[in-house]
Design a protein. Structure first.
Length: 140
């Protein structure tokens, strides 16, 4: 979807995560993300090759898996997961070092998946730091 396909993919991952969370614990979702990441390495490589662009905008599996992992690692509260999603998009779009460095050098399926995993880790760390400070300010 244009514009901002990565944002659309990230947004689509949220209701799918909530559906998964109905049957799976957060830790089960974390473990499920491992084979989904590996699947993404192969599928993103193949799709990128078919489309002629390694990290084509139409490929959003990398954002989805990263968001599922992030949602599983953050509190289930609406505001918490919204913050996590916004932080993920911030880091995925801005690509601070080392994400930008990795994105420029790893032009394959693993690189496509790994740069989003790093953006997820950045978002998770910042979420851990911000969430306790923001919680008292949010409506109850």
């Amino acid at each position: 979807m244009r514009p901002a396909p990565g944002t659309w993919g990230s947004l689509a991952s949220w209701p799918l995560y909530l559906l998964m969370a109905h049957w799976l614990t957060p830790m089960q979702i974390v473990w499920a993300c491992l084979p989904l990441f590996v699947l993404g390495v192969f599928c993103c490589a193949r799709t990128g090759k078919a489309l002629g662009v390694v990290d084509h905008g139409a490929i959003v599996w990398d954002e989805m898996v990263a968001c599922w992992l992030l949602f599983a690692l953050t509190p289930a509260a609406l505001w918490s997961q919204l913050l996590a999603l916004l932080l993920f998009r911030l880091f995925d779009i801005s690509k601070p070092w080392p994400i930008r460095w990795l994105d420029a050098r790893m032009k394959n399926g693993f690189g496509v998946m790994l740069d989003d995993l790093l953006a997820m880790l950045f978002a998770w760390v910042v979420h851990i730091l911000l969430w306790p400070r923001l919680l008292p300010l949010l409506p109850h």
